[in-house]
Design a protein around this ligand. Structure first.
Ligand SMILES: [Mg+2]
Length: 184
């Protein structure tokens, strides 16, 4: 059984977020500057600006327009969908958009969990999930999952680079790398 995150793992969300920031604030927003999970902090935005950004991103239906990360579907098709569980840190109010995105993009999965606490290991324990692998892009969640003995594959991004290596976490660059590990 594998656990998979959505944003940054299945959904190529960061380019969509930055394109929308660029559109509303008319200046460049570069990936290399996304060194935290918090776009407000990365780009020095005010609270009003970041709230306006998320509000208009949702209002303009942009959650549904996010692209799938290349290579994800060709790896997932090797699994029975009952063995795929998604755990996202998205807020509950994005449930409708998230479900429709998963359906539109034909992502196979059996369960979708919205993270209940401040990290994903709580969900694993609460639902007694026996993951062989978890695929994630946020270091903090990866570390907490790895501490439970789950083999974590962490996709490299500017926002997790500074944390370096950790026992139980394997860094990968793409779904091609992920496929080589989980399909062997
Ligand atoms: Mg993510």
């Amino acid at each position: 059984m594998i656990g998979i995150d959505i944003d940054g793992v299945l959904a190529d969300s960061d380019p969509s977020f930055r394109a929308h920031l660029q559109k509303i604030y008319q200046r460049p927003f570069l990936r290399k500057d996304v060194v935290y999970f918090d776009y407000q902090k990365c780009f020095g935005l005010s609270l009003v600006q970041i709230e306006d950004f998320w509000q208009t991103f949702s209002a303009q239906g942009k959650w549904e327009k996010i692209k799938v990360i290349p290579g994800a579907l060709s790896v997932l098709k090797h699994f029975n969908k009952k063995d795929i569980i998604l755990i996202t840190a998205r807020p509950d109010y994005l449930k409708k958009e998230t479900l429709s995105w998963l359906k539109m993009n034909k992502i196979p999965y059996s369960r979708l969990l919205f993270m209940a606490g401040e990290s994903k290991h709580h969900d694993v324990l609460a639902h007694k999930l026996k993951f062989d692998y978890f695929i994630e892009d946020r270091f903090e969640y990866s570390r907490d999952l790895a501490d439970l003995g789950i083999k974590v594959l962490l996709l490299n991004y500017p926002w997790n680079k500074k944390f370096g290596e950790y026992p139980g976490i394997t860094r990968v660059n793409s779904w091609k790398d992920i496929g080589k590990i989980i399909l062997k």
